[in-house]
Design a protein around this ligand. Sequence first.
Ligand code: COA
Length: 189
Amino acid sequence: MPQSWRVQHGRVTLKTLEQLSQEDWRRFFSYFRDREIADWNGAKPTRYPFWLFKKLMLDDFNALERFSFGMYDELEQFMGSVELYDLHPYPPATPKIATLGIVIGERERWGKGYGREAVRAALEFAFSRLPSALERVRLTTFLHNKRAQAAFKAAGFRQVGLHERTDHTDVLMEISRLEWVEEQERVSG
Ligand SMILES: CC(C)(COP(=O)(O)OP(=O)(O)OC[C@H]1O[C@@H](n2cnc3c(N)ncnc32)[C@H](O)[C@@H]1OP(=O)(O)O)[C@@H](O)C(=O)NCCC(=O)NCCS
């Protein structure tokens, strides 16, 4: 059974999946059925029924194959999710690298700084709260997803490459633990 975590940055609190209420799970599920959100994530809306969606999420989480969090605002309202997945090396070895994924499911919350705060909270978890800190966090986003890139950049990620696909271009971004530590030192003066 994975450890229960709460990580806070600014207005945002991340809570591991076992802390989600049934109402949170329903909202979470609705985000993954939303076509526009799926498009931004390069995915298809889930066709699973609710119970299977929840089971698959919890199975991965319980198997320590991904760190999954619900995202809450300053009023403890559920608004999205953050994940660190694609862990390398693969558990039970100690992972050093992970990929970050994020969804704010409530459209009216986009562009208000919640995304960068949630990413910063996830980086604090990855680089300082985990007993065996990760060395690097990476991600991929669409070149046309300028809002995501701006949020990731504001949270410390830098662009490390472009990947031309047949119908779109991916932007590869990453941040190392060393870069994150240096940024913390710079901010705290
Ligand atoms: C991506 C996402 C997590 C970002 O979170 P957010 O809270 O909306 O982002 P923030 O408010 O922290 O930052 C948004 C930035 O994008 C900028 N922005 C918004 N629309 C933009 C556009 N069309 N072009 C350029 N910049 C844009 C904002 O000005 C802001 O940057 P600034 O503060 O430097 O000016 C959120 O929008 C989301 O979940 N979107 C849908 C799913 C998605 O795209 N997930 C990511 C897949 S990789």
